[in-house]
Ligand binder design. Structure first.
Ligand SMILES: *Cc1c(COP(=O)(O)O)cnc(C)c1O
Length: 370
């Protein structure tokens, strides 16, 4: 196979521009003697709250735990049973968090234009136990509109966001993470704001939810040696990761701007009729965590691109409701999700793909099957 000239993602290269600042931040933590909680974590939580425009941020060990604690906090408030509406094409973590918390996922179909939840006909998913709807801003595209808001208020539903992929995106001037009642973030290294390891957070304006999430990630204790919940775990934001995220947060706008530039080149330059490009918007609601195209010849295209030195990935190869662990859930009928399941392909779009490389990749794509 040809050498990969255009890697899909090279995290070393993504973080290289920040090397000096990151090293300084890590030394600061080392010298502080404070290796759990403390100033770095407090400061990152405050800086993220200011960036997103929400009152409370609670750091967690990773995005999955952020989702679990967020849902567990609402379960404590709402009682059982709870059905939760979740888009059928999300990453498995959204679904596992619901199942882990004892919530029943009801999968919703998607809009083929946005690859996000279809919000115009959500009534069909409502059951007597529906209490929560989870919007997932998949691939970096905010999914939050009037339909969703009206639907949630009509049925008195809590709206939670899985904002692992869309930090920095905005809808009508409001950041993802501040659109619903609470949101879970992941700072997994590949995300638009990535740590050098695992990290996550919950954002909300609801103090009771924030306090509950904080306690659940710290042995269920609200203060030292005082345990209020018997379901707590240990999943706190690591100060090393907080210090790293503090370095990278101010550059997020720059990173997202670069992703938008690469996306606009793909949008303009890719003209191959075998490829459906993602819907392009310039309203700030998309931060291009992934640039996902649809092709009837996906596997052949992927092979062709690899042969021509272009690294690609697939997000995701199997829908959560088709995973072996989920197959017992019967009655799932998601024609749009089903129709694209084997056609998705993600092109390189991180800061390690330059704009001139994006032009070259577009030309290579245009020569496929032509
Ligand atoms: C990455 C991701 C998660 C999980 O985050 P981790 O930090 O890896 O646990 C959850 N949901 C979505 C949509 C993600 O992309």
């Amino acid at each position: 196979m040809a050498k990969i000239k255009y890697p899909f993602l090279d995290l070393g290269q993504v973080n290289a521009p920040y090397a000096k600042e990151l090293a300084d931040a890590l030394m600061r933590v080392l010298r502080s003697g404070r290796y759990i909680g403390g100033e770095e974590v407090d400061a990152f939580e405050e800086e993220l709250a200011r960036t997103i425009g929400c009152k409370y941020v609670v750091g967690c060990g990773n995005g999955m735990d952020a989702l679990v604690f967020m849902l567990a906090a609402y379960k404590r408030r709402l009682g059982k049973p709870i059905d939760i509406i979740i888009p059928g094409n999300t990453y498995i973590a959204s679904v596992l968090a619901a199942v882990h918390t004892g919530l029943k996922p009801i999968y919703a179909d998607i809009d083929v234009k946005t690859l996000n939840m279809e919000t115009s006909n959500l009534e069909r998913y409502v059951t007597p136990d529906t209490r929560i709807i989870m919007t997932v801003h998949l691939y970096g595209r905010a999914c939050f509109d009037k339909n969703l808001k009206d639907f949630a208020s009509r049925h008195d539903l809590v709206v939670v966001e899985d904002n692992a992929q869309a930090i920095g995106a905005m809808v009508n001037g409001i950041h993802t993470g501040a659109l619903g009642d609470a949101a879970a973030f992941s700072f997994y290294p590949t995300k638009n704001l990535g740590a050098l390891g695992d990290a996550g957070a919950v954002t909300t304006n609801d103090k009771e939810i924030a306090d509950c999430v904080r306690a659940l990630g710290n042995y269920g204790s609200d203060r030292r040696y005082h345990n209020i919940y018997a379901e707590g775990r240990n999943s706190r934001l690591d100060p090393m990761q907080a210090a790293i995220l503090r370095v990278k947060l101010p550059y997020l706008i720059h990173e997202n701007t670069h992703r938008r530039e690469v996306a606009s080149i793909y949008e303009r330059e890719i003209t191959n009729p075998h490829i459906i490009k993602p819907t392009f918007v310039t309203d700030g609601s998309m931060v291009w965590h992934q640039y996902v195209i649809i092709s009837d010849h996906r596997d052949e295209l992927r092979q062709y691109l690899a042969t021509n030195g272009v690294g690609t990935d697939i997000h995701y190869p199997t829908m959560p409701y088709h995973q072996p662990c989920m197959r017992t859930e019967s009655g799932t009928c998601l024609p749009v999700c089903d129709s694209i399941e084997h056609k998705l392909l993600s092109l390189p779009i991180s800061s390690c793909t330059s704009t001139s490389e994006a032009y070259e990749i577009a030309q290579i794509i245009n020569n496929f099957r032509q």
